[in-house]
Write a protein that binds this ligand. Structure first.
Ligand code: PHE
Ligand code: ZN
Length: 880
């Protein structure tokens, strides 16, 4: 049964890749800017591939063609054809100059792709978003990443309405024009693909700082935003300087233009964009101040600033040959950001954060109907492939490669990668070859990780031979079938491991002919592989996949006591957390089988002793005391009942709280609630994090007491972290004090969209059947609009993807509400509609009542017809 868009064109396939028959050496763009209309004149110097003979074909979407000439002569209607999204031109030769003039409608552009208006007609500003295929919404062009050209951009606009004119590259003149207009020119000396083009025009303020690169270049770092929030850009500017220094040290990479502009907008489809010399950020990832940002958001700003900056080398200087190679820049850049953030903050906390994100967002993707390889083989809509698989799993693959080469080897490999491919559009193979060649090793076996979807299961089994004092660990792997990939091959899986004795001491590892170490990496590349450890005096406790050395699901039949031992003794914070998560799964399972509740007891005992012991960092303790999320529990089940999972996970935490005891929790809460001026250092952030955890636990065993504390904390909070934590407890628990706090928050942040988003988010998180009523009230709030992606995500993204017990109602009303809104949203912004629709991933594993309700809603949406390519691809895949 084909439900979705039978007319959809065939998918685009990796194996069909051909070099571009025509490329562009230089681009001169002249842009005449206005709110309602803009005119773009493009002068392209064309290069023809000598081995190909296709006519000149350019991409163009929604462009009104006003004029066209080739080599200085206006073309008559017979010598070009302009259909939908293609412009075909006769008579072009190698070196020909094509000039086109087109008209655009920025204010009518609600898809936020191409040239669009951010904010209101009166006070807003114009900006562009080109990745992946937005440039074709601006001018006719071979809009593919392997066409690298030099850009000269001239902007013209009314000076009063658009005092600031920016484009990527170095500034190259500006001046006055008649009728109150002005102009500015930018030249980018670095050839770049069209997806890295950007311009910004409007009334913006800036803060700036001079920076001198390690190789001696003077760079002006300039952050831009609307006037009322410019004071909130300082933290991002500091973070930018930190990550620029770090890239110089860690990778020897210097910035390469005289200016680096960063602009904040409230209207953005994604997190941020690495346009050459002119990064554009969703305000959510650039603005930060204690009154409206949480500690987590501060870290996110630092991470995203770094991510976009690091793209200047991994993405911009070396770009992607085609969009199938997207992870070449994204996986690698995520990895580089992870290294940076680990260096700036705590490595184990960062690893915990990243691995939980992987499990929450990527594992479910890999296990469901949307599963695709890190390098997909085909797609219909590339915007649907900016996924956790391409980004987060892609980063894990780079981490494995880096791990196998060691720090010096990886640096050598990266140096060679830059040396070989600077100024080129490269492939994943190029990357593996450079890393391998620099170290005289063959990394090509890792290519199968890029081509194979699904999370491998690593099964481990230990046998102890007391007579020979030998411990044999057998590691085997299996990957389940995924859509269109029934057969799977074994992958190289680096398993970092240690062995512990039963008192928690780490054991020396004697394997064949090597000097003993306490930690070792075994690469499992066959279906099954034994490894023998000698001189082992008693059955050991293995600690496997240390540091999460490979993105796999570990299957090992740990006894609760063994996990408790690792949780309390492993010297590495990340591995402690891993053991705790594993133990929490066993504890969760033991709730259903009361005869065997020692897993729950072991979990509670171990955590209580860490809680009392006070030997570990507050933030790590807070993480240890947080069981896996509802999505992770659901991922291990086949007949998913989200209401039950929510209830059981709450019960698990209630038992922990009861085990620690109400008085002890109160005492620790008060000890952590230091008051005074807000401090943002790691120690104080950690205190706030643990305080929040303690408050949440307390709310499960002493609701009235916790609500009173939360109400007080809300009122006296000096920063957003404490304020939102308190509000969250009150709202999610539907405490009597919630209404007053919500009303206060609403009023206090009426003019702060990012803070107001949190007001929507926190209410969309109300668990269970109460959520729907809350969503219905919120969506008719005057502050709600589907047009703003952050607002739509805050309400519907949170409800559908972040609140399983609220969304998955047995009556199917959650599904109907979402599909109705998806249809509306699709008409405005297909990218956001498609992204929100991924909330349906995994519906096939719901228990039957919900499953049928979900199917009905999805089929009804598909049958509406007229859906965008973005949304129909997701719905089609989800239904398959
Ligand atoms: N390339 C951006 C990043 O990850 C993400 C992005 C993709 C932004 C597409 C906009 C559009 O840094
Ligand atoms: Zn990126």
């Amino acid at each position: 049964m084909t439900l979705v868009n039978e007319t959809t064109a065939a998918p685009i396939r990796l194996r069909d890749y051909r070099r571009p028959p025509w490329s562009v050496d230089t681009v001169e763009l002249d842009v005449d800017l206005g709110i309602d209309t803009a005119e773009v004149t493009a002068r392209l110097v064309l290069r023809r591939d000598a081995e190909q003979s296709q006519p000149l074909r350019l991409d163009g979407e929604g462009l009104e063609l006003l004029a066209i000439s080739l080599d200085g002569r206006a073309l008559d209607a017979n010598s070009y054809r302009h259909e939908d999204s293609v412009l075909e031109v006769d008579g072009a030769k190698d070196g020909s100059v094509l000039e086109t003039r087109v008209r655009l409608k920025p204010a009518a552009n609600t898809a936020l792709e191409g040239l669009y208006l951010s904010g209101s007609r009166e006070t807003g500003f114009l900006l562009t978003q080109c990745e992946a295929e937005g440039f074709r919404h601006i001018t006719f062009f071979p809009d593919r990443p392997d066409v690298l050209a030099r850009y000269t951009v001239t902007l013209r606009a009314d000076r009063e309405r658009f005092p600031v004119l920016l484009a990527g590259g170095n500034p190259n003149g500006a001046g006055e024009l008649e009728h109150g207009r002005h102009w500015a020119r930018f030249i980018d000396p670095h050839p770049k693909p069209s997806y890295l083009f950007a311009l910004v025009a409007g009334r913006l303020k800036n803060i700036r700082r001079d920076y001198i690169t390690a190789d001696g270049r003077n760079v002006a770092l300039v952050m831009w935003s609307e006037a009322n929030v410019i004071d909130r850009c300082h933290y991002a500017l500091d973070a930018l300087e930190r990550c620029m220094r770090w890239d110089e040290k860690a990778y020897g990479r210097n910035y390469d233009l005289d200016v680096f502009h960063v602009v904040a907008t409230h209207d953005f489809n994604m997190g941020a964009m690495e346009n050459k010399g002119l990064n554009i950020f969703n305000a959510k990832y650039l603005l930060a101040d204690p009154d409206s940002s949480t500690d987590e958001e501060y870290r996110a700003v630092e991470a995203v600033v770094a991510h976009e900056y690091f793209h200047n080398w991994t993405g911009n200087r070396v770009t992607c040959r085609d969009w199938f190679q997207l992870s070449l820049k994204e996986g690698l850049t995520v990895f580089r950001e992870q290294q940076f953030s680990a260096d700036m903050n705590s490595p184990s906390l960062k690893r915990i954060e990243d691995v939980s994100l992987l499990r929450r967002a990527q594992f479910p993707e890999d296990a469901g109907p949307l599963a695709h390889p890190v390098r997909p083989a085909e797609y219909r809509e590339i915007n649907n492939f900016y996924t956790a698989t391409v980004y987060e799993k892609g980063a894990e693959l780079v981490r494995m490669l880096a791990g196998s080469l060691g720090p010096d080897g990886f640096r050598r490999g990266m140096d060679l990668y830059f040396e070989r491919h600077d100024g080129q559009a490269a492939t994943i193979e190029d990357f593996l070859s450079a890393l391998g060649d620099a170290n005289s090793v063959d990394l090509m076996p890792y290519l199968s990780w890029y081509g194979q979807a699904g999370t491998p299961r690593l099964h481990a089994h230990g046998e102890y031979d007391a007579a020979r004092k030998e411990y044999t660990l057998t590691l085997s792997q299996h990957t389940r079938a995924t859509p269109n990939q029934p057969e799977k091959t074994p992958l190289p899986i680096p398993v970092k491991l240690s062995l512990f004795d039963h008192s928690g001491n780490v054991l020396p590892l004697h394997t064949d002919g090597q000097t003993p170490e306490t930690e070792k990496v075994v690469v499992v590349s066959k279906a099954s592989q034994p490894i023998v450890f000698r001189h082992i005096d008693a059955p050991p406790v293995p600690s496997l996949l240390r540091g999460f050395s490979a993105p796999v699901l570990l299957e090992y039949g740990y006894a609760p006591a063994e996990l408790a031992l690792l949780l309390t003794h492993d010297p590495d914070g990340f591995n402690r957390w891993e053991a705790g998560q594993h133990l929490a799964f066993l504890a969760f399972d033991s709730l259903h089988a009361p005869t065997d509740n020692d897993a729950c007891g072991a979990w509670c005992d171990a955590l209580a002793s860490l809680f009392h012991g006070r030997a570990i960092d507050d933030a790590l303790l807070a993480d240890l005391m947080t069981p896996p999320g509802e999505i992770e529990f659901a991922d291990r089940q086949t007949e998913v009942d989200p209401a039950k999972i929510h209830a059981h996970r709450q019960e698990l935490q209630r038992r922990l709280a009861a085990h620690i005891g109400i008085e002890t929790l109160h005492a620790r809460y008060h000890a952590l609630n230091v008051g005074g001026d807000l401090k943002l250092d790691a120690g104080n952030q950690a205190k706030r994090q643990l305080k929040r955890r303690v408050l949440e636990l307390l709310a499960l065993v002493d609701a009235d007491g916790a609500h009173a504390l939360a109400a007080k904390q809300y009122e006296s909070a000096t920063g957003m972290t404490d304020r939102l934590a308190a509000l969250g407890v009150l709202v999610r628990q539907r405490a009597p004090q919630a209404a007053k706090a919500l009303a206060h928050f609403r009023e206090r942040y009426a003019d702060n969209p990012l803070a107001l988003d949190k007001w929507f988010t926190v209410q969309a998180q109300v668990p269970g059947d109460a959520a729907l009523a809350s969503i219905r009230t919120l969506e008719i709030d005057p502050a709600f609009t589907l047009k703003n992606p952050n607002r739509a995500r805050a309400l519907f993204g949170t409800f559908a993807s972040g609140n399983p017990s609220g969304f998955h109602r047995t009556d199917g009303e959650g599904y109907r509400l979402l599909t109705d809104r998806l249809a509306q949203l699709d008409a405005l912004n297909p990218q956001i509609a498609a992204r929100l629709a991924t909330a349906f991933n995994g519906w096939q594993r719901l228990e039957s009542v919900r499953r049928e309700a979900a199917r009905t809603a999805l089929v009804a949406l598909a049958q509406r017809g007229g859906l965008s390519r973005n949304l129909s691809e997701i719905i089609g895949n989800v239904l398959q």
